[in-house]
Design a protein. Structure first.
Lengths: 645, 287
């Protein structure tokens, strides 16, 4: 897939290149070949990095500007592309326009996603079986096109189109008959969106009204992985060996969503700015799923053994949602301003499913009463979620070198989850009305001098209750950011942030603390040489009381990240040579300890004003503290040619 | 009835806009026409920018350098270069239609700490520079948010500049703080679903997204030490933190007792509950 994508890009770029003679055209292309060596866990390398041997387009950029009176089809065109070939992702974008006539934006992304993890969600990790049973190798392609006609005029028609396709194989697991079985899946999913609307600019007001139509289609086929019929658990259930001989499932889903978006912004008088936004989307979806399996299985729901199942599911959903927002800024004289925002968000869902299951050749747990059993379940689900936010901020500008601000906001949330008697099989917490209110007070200041800037903000939030157990009742946050230039050649920037959240309610005992400090130093003694050093420390930990399912005893869920990052890099130019090198090391001593070292170096040389070459070396060294099977070292070498005009 | 209310709202918004409607006025170009006599290179380069190309109605020199006429007439030594809130007001005079919130007080980036000129330049180095930005988006963001950009370098994450992923793929720099900083698509959904459309639903049996929380209830988007970018390193830990109604009053059911966490197979909830983002066929999110 990677090389054809590169060839496709080159053909497209050639087609779109401007005619000879176009004014102010700048073209820059860098492409070459890369080699990759990996030692250690190849799967994890592909999951994290996934560069491959082969030709690769490092970068392509074309800019043409035609300021003449008769520019033809466009007076500006910009094309950018990168990554096609040996890289797991490629990007192409085109932007062109003709003043007061049109603006066109087109982008295409190709992303390859691979995952084969040794330790994550792997029930056989203790037995040394890697990777786990959940792996995938899928591609995602995204196209986005938008055309504005008559930009800058009173009315500007807008049309757009988006296309998003996700496809490819994966391995997954399936729980059936009191065991799990590994399945192979092939997915093909496409979402398209057409949109059309109008933008207007009239007097002191501007606005946009867009109507979109989104259409999603998904098709997935699943089958038993050869040799996986014994399941994950080799033991017997009630003296009955559980196995699967054959399995197939085909699931097809469709969803249609008309979307309306309106936005108006403007000024009333000299002192009041207003913006209003309204979005409405109304999704309707349908799914058809057909499943057939044979084997030797157990159902506790039926209290029977069975030898086969034919199941069909028909389901539908309705999911209307809307979101309205109004913001206002009122200027009180030269130094004070008052900003306000009101937002209301509503979302609801009604779901319906009819599950028809035919269990074949069943026997009761005594081995008697052979027969086929049909089971029909009609289920209805639903929820409504409302959220309302009011946000006010008072700002005092230009109080000497300071700007001070103070803010208050109030959030009201309401969630109504409907119970469905037909499907409630796990007790507790699945239905009911949940309401939560959160108030936030904050203040801060910005101060700037000739060579330094400092921003500080503090905020505290109080909630009256929690909807889920990881919701806070109190949260405080303090943050400072500074930038200091002691001289033309030196710049120091830093961030410090502390966040503390907690819910001390009995039986929850939730707390989450974060401390994050970062400082960067850049030294650029001359234009052609620069050094950068950075240090970053983050320390987060959270805990919450949980109940162990096996004995209903209470336990503490703890998670910590204690990381340190050190980075250093140089870049510069000497004659016709350019160089760029960097080193970074990241160590996390938290719940999931690991170290990751990266080195990057690049040397380029310009043979002439238009032709150059570069060599690049990049290494990754990844080590996990408790699971050395995951470790890998990789080195990528690249040789590239560059042409510039 | 519900649709009627929505359309009424839209019509009201449109009417609000039309109330302020008036004929578009062209900027006086006489003063600007003098600038090229002394600033030939600057004016020539400006002609190649997005601003400069819109000669029929785009900004001229004195649109931003408001005292340019006085400077040209010798009354001022230098024409002013607007900054801070004055620059924001100036830019929004034309660009309000692109800025849903602009750099007002409810925006994360607001003057004087951040004004338009810190990211955009009316005189960029390259005429085709996207959105007249001073640098590439990631470099711009990193200059003030180095720690956040560094998070993307963790073992698992959205790799910056790979496949076109940039900070502005997910964040709207003109929007608010925290969650409000996320870009939203045409339907108001967060930017996550622009790429991960298969998780958009709607699902008959929804899980977290859109019901009690959102993507970041379970995932850390920038970068993670967890392969699935979860907020916890172990799956069962993440699930049980909500699915333990110890004292009641919160949403989240209790797994039945046969989920014996002493056995590795039950420590990996997603081995069986594979459809954690939502299912159209299984209430327990098994498929």
């Amino acid at each position: 897939m990677r090389t054809p994508a590169l060839l496709l890009f080159i053909a497209l770029a050639a087609l779109l290149s401007p005619p000879a003679g176009a004014e102010d055209t700048v073209v820059d292309i860098e492409a070459g070949y890369q080699w990759v060596e990996v030692e250690g866990n190849q799967d994890l390398y592909r999951t994290q990095v996934d560069e491959a041997d082969g030709f690769v387009l490092r970068g392509f950029s074309l800019t043409t500007v035609d300021s003449s009176d008769d520019p033809g089809l466009f007076d500006r065109l910009r094309i950018d592309a990168s990554g096609f070939g040996g890289s797991p992702s490629g990007r192409f974008s085109l932007s062109s326009g003709l003043a007061r006539t049109y603006r066109l934006r087109l982008s295409y992304l190709h992303l390859e996603s691979f995952s084969a993890l040794p330790g994550f969600a792997n029930p056989f990790l203790d037995q040394g079986v890697v990777p786990g049973q959940h792996t995938w190798e899928r591609d995602r392609d995204l196209v986005d096109l938008e055309l504005e006609l008559l930009p800058g005029r009173t009315f500007t028609p807008i049309v757009g189109y988006s296309w998003n396709r996700y496809q490819g194989p994966r391995r997954t697991t399936y729980f059936m008959g009191e065991d799990e079985f590994q399945l192979a899946s092939d997915l093909d999913e496409t979402e398209q969106e057409f949109r059309a609307g109008l933008s207007f600019a009239a007097g002191h007001f501007h606005g946009t009204l867009i109507q979109g139509w989104r259409d999603s289609e998904s098709s997935e086929r699943l089958a038993l992985v050869p040799g996986a019929g014994a399941g994950n658990d080799p033991g017997e259930v009630l003296g009955h060996e559980v196995s699967l001989d054959a399995y197939s499932r085909k699931e097809e889903s469709e969803a249609e969503t008309p979307v309306t978006r309106a936005h108006v912004a403007g000024t009333v008088g000299d002192s009041l700015d207003l913006t209003a936004t309204f979005v409405h989307a109304d999704s309707e979806g349908e799914t058809r799923s057909d499943e057939a399996l044979t084997g030797s299985l157990v159902s506790f729901t039926l209290s029977r053994f069975f030898a086969g199942l034919d199941e069909s599911v028909r389901s539908s959903t309705e999911n209307p949602a809307w979101r309205g927002e109004l913001t206002a800024r009122y200027r009180l004289g030269r130094t004070l301003s008052l900003d306000g925002r009101f937002l209301r968000h509503h979302r609801e869902l009604e779901g319906w499913a009819l599950v028809s299951s035919l269990y074949l050749e069943t026997l009761n747990f005594s081995g008697a009463d052979p027969r086929d059993i049909s089971r029909l379940v009609e289920a209805e689900t639903g929820y409504e979620r409302d959220e309302q936010l009011l946000d006010l901020r008072l700002t005092a500008h230009d109080v000497g070198p300071f700007t001070f601000w103070a803010a208050w906001n109030d959030v009201d949330q309401e969630l109504d989850l409907e119970a469905d008697v037909a499907e409630i099989i796990i007790p507790g917490g699945q239905s009911g009305l949940y309401e939560r209110g959160v108030s936030r007070y904050a203040f801060g200041f910005d101060v700037s001098g000739d060579n330094a800037e400092l921003s500080f903000d503090w905020g505290t939030e109080d909630a009256d209750t929690a909807v889920v157990r990881t919701d806070f009742l109190e949260r405080d946050r303090v943050r400072a950011r500074f930038s200091f230039r002691p001289g033309e050649a030196v710049r120091v920037t830093g961030t410090a942030e502390i966040i503390e959240a907690e819910n001390g309610a009995e039986g929850i005992g939730f707390s989450a603390d974060t401390e994050h400090y970062a400082v960067d130093l850049e030294v650029t003694p001359v234009d052609a040489f620069g050094v950068r050093v950075a240090y970053d420390s983050y320390d987060t930990s959270s805990e919450v009381t949980v109940r162990r399912p096996e004995d209903f005893g209470l336990d503490l869920s703890l998670h910590a990240e204690r990381g340190e990052v050190v980075e250093a890099g140089i870049m510069g130019k000497a004659g016709s040579f350019t160089y760029d090198a960097g080193y970074s090391t990241l160590e996390n001593r938290g719940s999931f300890g690991f170290e990751l070292d990266r080195i990057f170096s690049r040397l380029g040389v310009d043979f002439t004003d238009t032709i150059g070459a570069s060599v690049e070396v990049e290494t990754w060294d990844y080590r996990e503290q408790s699971f050395t099977l995951a470790d890998f070292d990789s080195t990528r070498y690249g040789v590239y040619l560059r042409w510039h005009r | 009835m519900r649709h009627g209310i929505h359309w009424l709202s839209i019509v009201s918004l449109a009417a609000l806009g039309l109330l302020g409607a008036g004929p578009a006025t062209a900027e006086d170009t006489d003063a600007s026409s003098l600038c090229g006599d002394c600033h030939e290179e600057v004016v020539a380069a400006f002609g190649g920018t997005a601003h400069g190309l819109d000669h029929a109605g785009g900004p001229r020199c004195v649109t931003c350098h408001t005292d340019g006429a006085e400077h040209a007439g010798g009354e001022l030594e230098r024409a002013s270069i607007p900054a801070g809130q004055a620059l924001v007001d100036l830019c929004q005079g034309c660009h309000a239609r692109n800025l849903h919130r602009g750099l007002t007080g409810v925006a994360a980036h607001r003057a004087p700490a951040v004004d338009c000129g810190q990211c955009h330049s009316a005189h960029p180095d390259s005429p085709g520079q996207r959105s007249m930005l001073r640098q590439q988006p990631a470099e711009l963001c990193a200059s003030c948010h180095p720690a956040q950009v560094r998070e993307l370098d963790r073992p698992y994450g959205h790799r910056l500049n790979r496949g076109g992923i940039e900070c502005i793929s997910c964040h709207d720099p003109h929007a608010g703080r925290g969650v409000d900083s996320l870009a939203r698509d045409i339907s108001g959904d967060v930017a996550c679903l622009t790429c991960h459309a298969e998780k958009r639903g709607p699902f008959v049996y929804s899980h977290v997204t859109g019901v009690t929380g959102d993507c970041w209830s379970c995932h850390t988007a920038h970068g993670s030490s967890n392969p699935n970018m979860l907020t916890r390193s172990r799956v069962e830990q993440l699930c049980l933190e909500c699915h333990s109604p110890v004292s009641g009053g919160t949403a989240g059911s209790q797994p039945p007792s046969r989920h014996d966490l002493r056995s590795p197979r039950y420590r990996n909830c997603t081995v069986c509950h594979t459809a954690v983002h939502g299912s159209n066929t299984s209430p327990m999110l098994l498929k």
